[in-house]
Write a protein that binds this ligand. Structure first.
Ligand SMILES: *Cc1c(COP(=O)(O)O)cnc(C)c1O
Length: 302
């Protein structure tokens, strides 16, 4: 039985106001502007086989995100590494989804000046989260191309991680209602940009194509581009028309939430022969093979 002296971290562990607490007990004040205004940034790194994958890239992006939104987490990269490691260690998880968060925090009572807020750093580790379940990973996702536009960079820059997810969530709800598994949003030109927490790719005549702007530059996207280069497969980073997606030979998505995930239907219609494509399979295998590369993995001492 878990009690105060022996907290049960087995479902996950969070770092809140300097304390490690079981995930179910982790909370933030209701007046934190991170909650009231979605005024926060975050990053997600995964642990696979007891090691962080590309932690450096996630820490670097988190630091850039904080600077962009004028947030100060008040912790160094080394502090963050220690806190995240401790969350994973306490939970005992060998495969984990690990999130670091900086919120605006609270302003003095009555103040509307965000500069006076005391920014807060939070973190948590929970069991690994897959963006696609086992059967979707085996037979591919059915992705809907939404007519919901991703928020433009001139309003809330989607290249910097943020919790302004209503566009992604409304797109996802309409896709699920239509019987699809997930959604990809477009920009004001009707070009494909990204989905809720993932980047999108298509393969056309042996070339791998992914959008160049209007979306978060995923660490997994970068990994996919590097894999393509190592396989000497041409990669085009450019605007992608919705039509190109619909008529592609293969489509896949990328996210820390499962790496490279196959898409075999777009708007309900089969892509290629409707089976997971050979190029997609190569990327899935190469992605997981990189989890054995000591240069990209930081083992956790449990
Ligand atoms: C985090 C995120 C991604 C994927 O980034 P990874 O670093 O590959 O996990 C894509 N789109 C959005 C909106 C995201 O928040």
């Amino acid at each position: 039985m878990a009690d105060i002296e022996n907290p049960d971290f087995s479902k996950g562990c969070a770092f809140v106001r300097g304390q490690y607490v079981p995930i179910a007990q982790a909370s933030i004040p209701i007046t934190d502007l991170g909650f009231l205004h979605s005024d926060a940034t975050y990053d997600v790194v995964t642990v696979w086989d007891g090691a962080f994958f590309r932690l450096d890239a996630h820490l670097e992006r988190f630091k850039r995100s904080c600077e962009h939104w004028r947030l100060d987490p008040g912790v160094t990269d080394q502090d963050i590494t220690e806190i995240l490691s401790q969350c994973v260690r306490l939970s005992g998880l060998r495969a984990s989804y690990v999130e670091m968060i900086c919120t605006r925090g609270q302003t003095p009572w009555g103040s509307r000046d965000p500069r006076q807020a005391v920014n807060q750093f939070y973190a948590f580790a929970v069991p690994f989260v897959w963006l696609a379940n086992e059967s979707q990973r085996a037979s591919g996702l059915n992705l809907k191309i939404s007519d919901v536009q991703r928020i433009p960079a001139s309003s809330v820059d989607p290249t910097i991680k943020n919790y302004h997810w209503n566009d992604l969530t409304m797109g996802l709800l309409s896709a699920l209602d239509a019987g699809a598994d997930s959604v990809v949003l477009v920009n004001d030109q009707g070009h494909i940009v990204e989905g809720p927490g993932f980047n999108a790719f298509c393969v056309l005549d042996g070339t791998v194509i992914t959008p160049d702007h209007g979306m978060l530059e995923g660490v997994t996207r970068k990994t996919v581009i590097e894999i393509a280069q190592s396989l000497e497969m041409p990669v085009h980073v450019r605007a992608v028309l919705a039509e190109e997606f619909r008529s592609a030979n293969e489509v896949f998505i990328s996210s820390s939430g499962g790496g490279v995930l196959p898409v075999t239907r777009v708007d309900g219609n089969a892509i290629g022969n409707g089976k997971v494509g050979a190029v997609t399979r190569k990327f899935v295998d190469a992605y997981w093979a990189l989890h054995k590369d000591p240069a990209l993995n930081l083992p956790i001492v449990y």
